[in-house]
Design a binder for this molecule. Structure first.
Ligand SMILES: [Mn+2]
Length: 307
């Protein structure tokens, strides 16, 4: 394992030249069940060294054509209050270039609204893939809990399309029923072929700015056992690929950012590998949608001997 976290062991591009900016955020303040998500960014990045450069679904090598930078970890400072930490995170992300694919790698789910606040300042849609509705107004004393991000996103004026949900609180159901800005696709409902197709259609027809938040507990725990609060049921790997294909087959997509949260490293390392490969898929599909496959071969991969 390397000390500095890189993606696929590639050198980092200059920040303002990067097509992809990946920010590790080892945030772990409000975890309520299985601890360890602070270790996730490094564990996932170390695992990317086992990936191939070639991405077999889109059929190209994304980093021949695109430059990537893994930013320095945005580490926690426990002398800061929750509000101060999140304000500092938002301020830092606001200082970064905007014309790129931004990926926040958590860390706990509470970081999402702080990234969305600056990457999508005007109302847009958050595609929120999660086992839990995450709609508490406050949890264990903090509105910045991992159980609350949707409440904060709604407060920012965004529409939420949530899917994979299979753990939800009574008051959350009532809020969803009353709020036209939330579309709920319960995990069980998505078992129906017709419902799954209509969800994919909804993803494919998202208009305006979009932000993608993936809580890795959306997956079935046999696929991703290493998460903070696992739930039975959930997405298969290929369901997730179908969601990404639906999202990125829309060429005019205005994707403002992505986050991947709530991984807890585990002995089999299957969870870290699934997360690493999912990052590669997102980068690859986004790059194809943006036409990078037609651009000259001057990407990060060309800076190293990769044979
Ligand atoms: Mn969540």
């Amino acid at each position: 394992m390397s000390d500095t976290s890189q993606f696929l062991a590639m050198p980092d591009a200059a920040i303002d030249e990067a097509d992809i900016l990946l920010l590790p955020i080892p945030l772990e303040r409000t975890v309520s069940f299985k601890p360890g998500t602070a270790e996730a960014p490094k564990a996932i990045l170390d695992t990317t060294e086992q990936l191939e450069f070639y991405e077999e679904d889109a059929g190209w090598s994304p980093f021949k054509h695109m430059k990537l930078t893994v930013l320095t970890d945005f580490t926690d400072d426990r002398s800061l209050s929750d509000a101060e930490f999140h304000a500092k995170l938002t301020e830092y992300v606001a200082s970064l270039p905007k014309e790129n694919l931004f990926i926040g790698l958590g860390g706990e789910h509470s970081l999402t609204p702080s990234l969305v606040e600056t990457r999508m300042p005007k109302p847009g849609t958050v595609l929120f893939l999660d086992a839990h509705a995450d709609m508490r107004t406050s949890y264990e004393g903090s509105k910045y809990s991992h159980a609350c991000p949707v409440t904060r996103l709604l407060g920012q004026g965004h529409k939420i399309v949530m899917a994979g949900i299979r753990s939800i609180y009574e008051s959350e159901v009532k809020v969803i029923e009353k709020n036209p800005n939330i579309s709920l696709f319960l995990d069980w409902d998505l078992r129906g072929k017709g419902q799954w197709e209509s969800f994919l259609q909804r993803v494919n027809s998202l208009e305006g700015p979009v932000y993608l938040s993936i809580d890795m507990d959306v997956f079935n725990p046999a696929t991703v056992p290493g998460v903070g609060t696992p739930q039975p049921g959930g997405f298969s790997w290929y369901q997730m690929i179908e969601v990404l294909e639906s999202l990125f087959s829309r060429k005019e997509i205005d994707l403002r950012g992505v986050d991947m949260v709530e991984i807890v490293p585990e002995p089999s390392r299957v969870s870290e590998m699934t997360a690493a490969k999912l990052l590669l898929k997102i980068i690859s599909f986004w790059g194809c949608a943006k036409g990078y496959n037609l651009k000259p071969e001057a990407g990060s991969q060309t800076q190293i001997d990769y044979e």
